[in-house]
Every structure is written in C-alpha cells, then in structure tokens.
Design a protein around this ligand. Sequence first.
Ligand code: CAA
Length: 420
Amino acid sequence: MKKRVGIEALAVAVPSRYVDIEDLARARGVDPAKFTSGLGAREMAVTDPGEDTVALAATAAARLIQQQGVDTSRIGMLVVGTETGIDHSKPVASHVQGLLKLPRTMRTFDTQHACYGGTAGLMAATEWIASGAGAGKVAIVICSDIARYGLNTAGEPTQGGGAVALLVSEQPDLLALDVGLNGTCTMDVYDFWRPVGRREALVDGHYSINCYLEALSGAYRGWREKALEHGLVRWSGTMPGEQLARIAYHVPFCKMARKAHTQLRLCDLEDAVGPGPGTPEAREEVAKSSASYDAQVATSLGLNSRIGNVYTASLYLALAGLLQREGAQLASQRIGLLSYGSGCMAEFYSGVVGEKAAERMARADLEGVLARRERVSIEEYERLMKLPSDSPEAKAPAPGTFRLAEIRDHKRIYVEGGAA
Ligand code: CAA
C-alpha cells in the first residue's frame, strides 16, 4: 500500500508587536479603505532586530515540539525555507538545531527560492518520507521570513514577519498530501528580488502580480492534468477547481488570493469543453464570482490579514487559518494549495484534511499567539524599522521565545525566555 505522508501538526510564531493598518494609512495620507478593502489588510506584524529569522524559526519549532509532544529523537530532517536568512553560508537550520538541542544525526539545510522556499522544503521532506529513505523518522520544515520593503514605499502596507513550523510524517493528522500529482511552473523574471547586501526587497509590484497569475496558471493546469488522470476531479457538472473543498493560496496581501482564485477559475473556463460562457468578457464575469471566492477561499485569510506577508510562510499561514476555522468540517475533504515564489516558481498541490485536524489545531492555540502581541504606534514602528540590523536592543524574550541578543566576532548569540 502507498504510504500516507503529509503534515501532522503545525505551530506559528509571530513578532511581539504589530501596527493597525488604518493607523499606517492615516500616517501616509492614504484613504484607509485602500489598505483594508483594496489590499485586504487589518494589521501588520512589526519586527525589531532581536526578532530575526533564526529567532522566529526557533520559536516556532520549539512551540511545535512542546505543544504537540514531539519525540525529538524521531526527527531525521530539519529544513528551513527562507529568503531572509542571516548568513551567506551557515544555514538558519543549524542555528535551530543548536538552540533546540535537536539530534546530531539529522539532515539539516535551508532552501531558497523567494516565497517558494518553504514549499521546496516541504516537498523534499515529503518525498524523503514517501520514498522510504526516512526509515520511519519525521521531518520538521520551518518557513521563516521578515517581509521588508521600507518606509514610504508602495510595498510598505504589505510587510510582515513570522514563522510556521510543520511536522511532516506518516501520520498526516492535518493534511495527507497527494504525492506525485503536483503541478509546477517556473520562469526567469525580475518581479521581486533582493540583491546581496540589501536589507529591503526591490519589487516591480504590478508586474509581480502578473507573474504570479501566469505561473499559477501553469502550475494549476499541471496539477489538473494529473488529478484528472487519477480521477480526483472530472470535467462534468462543476469545473475541476470547484471540486476542491477549499483552496489556500500564497498570500503576499489578502486581495491577491481573490485575484489568484479568479485566475484559477479562468483556466477552467478557458479549457472547458462544451457549452459555457463564450466570450472572454463573459468568462471573466463568471471567474470573478464572489460566491465561489467566499465558499472556497475567504475563510483561509484570518491570520494573513492580521500578520501581513511572511513570504515563505504566507501559504502555510493560510492553511493554518483555514484549519483553525474549519478543521472539523473539512475532515476527509480534499483541498488545493498554491505556492508562489518570485523569480519565479509556482507549485499547485492537493491533499486530504485529516480527521484529527481540529484537535491538532486547538493545541496550536493561534488565538493565544496573536493575543500576546502589543499594538504599537506608527512612530514606534518607524523607530524600530530604522534600527540597524546588527545591534538588537536589550529586551528579555517572552517565555518560550528566542531573541538575538548580540553579534560577537561575527557570531550571533541568541537567548531564550523562561518556560512557556
Ligand atoms: N478604496 C478602496 N480600494 C482602493 C482605494 C480606495 N480608496 N484606492 C485603491 N484601491 C484599490 C485599487 O483599486 C487596487 O485594487 P485592485 O488591484 O483590485 O484593482 C488596490 O487597492 C491596490 O491599489 P494600487 O494597485 O493602486 O496599489 P499600489 O500601486 O500602491 O501597490 C502593490 C499595490 C503593487 C500590491 C504594492 O503594495 C506592492 O508592490 N507590494 C509588494 C509586491 C507584492 O506583494 N506582489 C505580489 C505578487 S509577488 C509575490 O506574491 C511574492 C511575494 O510574496 C512578494
């Protein structure tokens, strides 16, 4: 029998501070409706130099192990997907291994392809287990990033930060993946990039949206072809995309999920055989259906709208938000997931929600994680943004979290808060 492999549990770590997105709009002299309804944002996570990619990754992984009672001796692989790593050579994963005292027998590495890096790690771990090479061990995949475009830029309201840690195993209580059916699409484009040495990303914003949509089309069609072959979906009655109970998208800002869903529906409408909306205008109208968006997508965006973009982790925040809200009712149902990384790469895949999803998500205590944050003023946010990345302010880490304390002789020293 083919192995069942996928995500057993997850944990989320967020920075300790956030701003209200309407405060940011007012400070920039912008109509708040542009950020709330135009981009779909409510709040935006704010990091300080002590809350770097390593600190957030270690906090998420420690939380996963503690909340879900993971036997650390069973971890055989630790992967960190990130595009905001802290060293050209030493991976974030090795810091996490040391900070959490994880087994020296593990395979550890980082994966990078903009926001797609976490999915690359998840697929490496999944295929390692599915192939039998993992020999019964489990993997932890951490997506950790700080999205930073800079003050007074068009990208400013789409910043954020945080980490999601995924436990990948042969007991996929959250999501059993349809291994081998993924659709992929890659193109060499300059839509979003961060040249070596720069702290802020460069982005061709509107072009990046078009690249996302084009890559999504390729990846979705690739998945659909295999899903049709395997009888997971069919061209009859409803469209193939409509046969997925929910679809979680990469969410650089919440409104992007709506655009992505319209595009996915357009792919089905354009490729459908038989009678349907004949003209491109009529197809566009059907694709935009709010009813379909509300039914298949809207419930996944609760966490994203309160945290902002977390690059590699954004798709997994959407998955977490979806299962937090609808884990029980989605049990045994198939959902779709679309990962996108600029540069660019998209991957569409699917999986079946586990019977224990709601129970696992309750242990992740996502409401508690968000409730412990502090709302700060725009003045404080701007002060934190201007701090140099290599000299963190002295601040005791909250219980159960990690912080960068100092950089000594080019080595990063982290401290851990008391018991959670
Ligand atoms: N009330 C309501 N809505 C309003 C409004 C108002 N007063 N004013 C404007 N809007 C709407 C606009 O109509 C628009 O909606 P539509 O896209 O549906 O038409 C929306 O608000 C945004 O307005 P603009 O397009 O004028 O906004 P902008 O030019 O200032 O920038 C942005 C938007 C391009 C997303 C910018 O924030 C940006 O560059 N962000 C970073 C790049 C990004 O996130 N790209 C996504 C794809 S790449 C990717 O996914 C990888 C990744 O993670 C980065």
